[in-house]
Design a protein around this ligand. Structure first.
Ligand code: AMP
Ligand code: GLY
Length: 423
């Protein structure tokens, strides 16, 4: 079979790496890919938002399955373009991807189908939003309704900050279309957790849980990022809690969407807060998480093509997933300055030595090949994923591998999975 993967990050490198292990797969293409993906797939330069050009490429090259990594092409309807042309794709339609692309749509579905989430109100008018804030209590959670590349959520500790956040969205239009509507949400306390599942619109097949580290510095300090590390499984997740998420969050959401005439085919990602009252949804994503995927896929023993093909064909009911008991820790190596401005084009050293450590995989995120050398090309540069018998061992391997890698201004968190040790 021939497989095409869309995207250029660490998530896509992990996907390509796992797909390449399938005995069903002969050839993999990636649009556009990165310096690491180039080692296992043929990277092709086509604009990710030109869905017709991507579909033509898939047709011309007899691609059997196209797998979409990031949210933007999904929200833009790439799955619909492929479906119209009879091409097989893994990823939800634009209507289904609204579960990520419109926070108010997600809230409506959750409310209607009884999925636990924080109380929230939607505003388009600045004065109304400010009046609501004045009657609410700190901390305030303000979210742009649409896709804002992970930057559309502001947690404000006082009323002035909260007003500024509302102004930035509704008056200054800092997030463009995405911020024309804002959600003001109840602040939820607890530990965060990500549970991803395959879904064909009828059956939900959950994956092992993972935890993401969003802040740039140790001890969860500094700005929010795309994710500075992850680990799987998550010791706070008992089988009771896991079942609760499947029964009260994932199943009712997929069934609720189906009842609305929306068949959800792809990965659904529930971002949850484990509160004293139980798990509550912070957000849904319509795709694999980054960097959660880099800690989840190394634990998957099954052939990933089986659930992916079954999702695309709508017959997921008979598929089972097998996982190793080994745990996985993923440390993100970022360019100094990220998530603010940073420099690129620095040569990366030590990759082969780091990758030679048993149980370690290096997934590239922001890298490219330049005259035969791998250089930095983004904010998040590499993901170092290590499997181990327990979190202490996996952490030791991951950080040993990290110590072999060097590039100018490299920054990483030193506390990834520390809280999972001893559990
Ligand atoms: P989201 O993109 O909605 O997941 O929000 C990004 C991050 O903001 C989450 O991972 C949480 O750390 C935080 N966050 C979002 N909503 C809330 C909330 N209602 N209460 C507390 N923290 C939140
Ligand atoms: N790790 C967060 C995300 O993928 O959105």
């Amino acid at each position: 079979m021939k497989v095409l993967v869309i995207g250029s990050g660490g998530r896509e490198h992990a996907l390509v790496w796992k797909i390449a292990q399938s005995p069903m797969v002969d050839e993999i293409f990636c649009i556009p890919g990165n310096g690491g993906i180039a080692g296992i797939a043929e990277c092709v330069e086509i604009n990710q938002s030109d869905h017709n050009a991507i579909a033509r490429f898939a047709k011309r090259n007899s691609i059997d399955l196209t797998v979409v990594g990031p949210e933007a092409p999904l929200a833009g309807g790439i799955a619909d373009v492929f479906a119209e042309r009879g091409l097989r794709i893994f990823g939800p339609s634009a209507k289904a991807a609204k579960i990520e692309g419109s926070k108010s749509f997600a809230k409506q579905i959750m409310k209607k189908y009884g999925v636990p989430t924080g109380q929230a109100e939607l505003f388009t008018n600045y004065e109304d939003a400010i009046a609501y804030l004045k009657a609410a209590k700190a901390p305030y959670v303000i979210k742009a309704d649409g896709l804002a590349a992970g930057k559309g959520v502001i947690i404000a500790n006082n009323l002035d900050q909260a007003k500024d956040a509302v102004k930035a969205c509704l008056v200054d239009k800092q997030f463009g279309e995405a911020g024309k509507r804002v959600i003001i949400e109840e602040y939820l306390e607890g530990q965060e957790l990500s549970i991803l599942a395959f879904s064909d619109g009828k059956t939900v097949l959950p994956m092992v849980p993972a935890q993401d580290y969003k802040r740039v510095y140790d001890n969860d300090e500094g700005l929010n990022t795309g994710g500075m590390g992850s680990y799987s499984p998550v010791p706070i997740v008992t089988s009771k809690l896991y079942d609760e998420v499947v029964d009260k969050v994932l199943n009712p959401t997929i069934k609720g969407l189906a009842a609305e005439g929306v068949q959800y085919r792809g990965v659904i990602y529930a971002g949850l807060m484990i509160t004293e009252e139980g798990p509550k949804v912070l957000e849904f994503n319509a795709r694999f998480g980054d960097p959660e995927t880099q800690a989840i896929l190394p634990r998957l023993k099954s052939d990933i093509m089986e659930p992916m093909l079954a999702v695309a064909d709508g017959d997921l009911c008979c598929i089972e997933l097998k996982w190793t008991d080994d745990v996985c820790v993923t440390v993100v190596l970022a360019s100094g300055g990220y998530p603010g401005s940073y420099e690129t084009d620095y040569e990366i050293f030590g990759l082969s030595e780091a990758g030679a450590i048993r149980g370690v995989n290096i997934f590239h995120a922001g890298t490219k090949l330049n005259n035969g050398k791998i250089v930095t090309s983004g904010g998040r540069v590499l993901n170092v994923s290590a499997l181990g018998k327990n979190f202490a061992q996996a952490r030791e391997k991951a950080y040993k591998a990290v110590s072999k890698i060097q590039f100018e201004n490299m920054h990483f968190r030193k506390d990834i999975a520390l809280r999972a040790i001893g559990s």
